[in-house]
Design a protein around this ligand. Structure first.
Ligand SMILES: [Mn+2]
Length: 201
């Protein structure tokens, strides 16, 4: 595995959104993100900075219309980030496969555990969130993450046992998500092949 080669670019256009996303697994946390949803830009920046990924996103679509919600953009951004992870990971040989992180943010604690298993699954438990942060509907976080898992081949568990402030809760989730993914995707020098007793992922 060459650590500087783990990069993938996705371009995806539908009648609902048009997205260009560049993802570097072994980056430095450099970001240039304009999704059209400022709160989601903030969350994806935290994900990249704390995971040491480079992430560029340009997204346009029906979410620019104030009469529409952000659902299509959130789901399609999850699809594109998942596809980019799948492409950047390649054959998944020699990686740690599992990652986990607990991240506090003031009164909140978020725990994320993930498996780069090619078994898409999302488990998501948080305290009740306020409906909206900016113009972003907080119920779209699991929609984004589910699409990411589906297209990235990831089992992802998000648990927030306690927390009060919705911004803090989601911020801790995205930081922990970045840290856990960084750990799982990192090379394990003891592992020559695919990290599975079955011999394939
Ligand atoms: Mn913040």
């Amino acid at each position: 595995m060459t650590s500087d080669g783990r990069f993938f670019e996705v371009e995806r256009t539908t009648r609902e959104t048009s997205i260009r996303l560049k993802f570097t697994l072994d980056g430095t946390g450099r970001t240039d993100i304009t999704s059209g949803i400022p709160f989601l830009d903030h969350m994806l920046t935290l994900f990249a900075v704390h995971g040491f990924f480079d992430l560029e996103i340009q997204a346009t679509g029906d979410h620019a219309d104030d009469r529409m919600d952000c659902h299509h953009a959130a789901e399609d951004l999850g699809i594109c980030l998942g596809k980019a992870l799948e492409g950047a990971l390649g054959d998944r040989k020699g990686i740690r496969r599992y990652g986990e992180a607990s991240v506090p943010m003031d009164e909140t604690l978020a725990h994320v555990a993930l498996d780069l298993s090619r078994r898409p699954f999302l488990v998501y438990h948080t305290p009740k969130l306020i409906e909206r942060l900016g113009r972003f509907e907080t119920e779209l976080v699991p929609e984004f993450l589910r699409a990411f898992c589906q297209h990235g081949g990831v089992t992802l568990h998000v648990g927030v046992p306690y927390g009060e402030n919705s911004h803090h809760i989601l911020e801790a989730v995205f930081k922990a998500f970045g840290r856990a993914l960084d750990q799982a995707a990192a090379p394990d020098p003891r592992r020559a092949g695919v990290p599975s007793s079955k011999g394939s992922l």
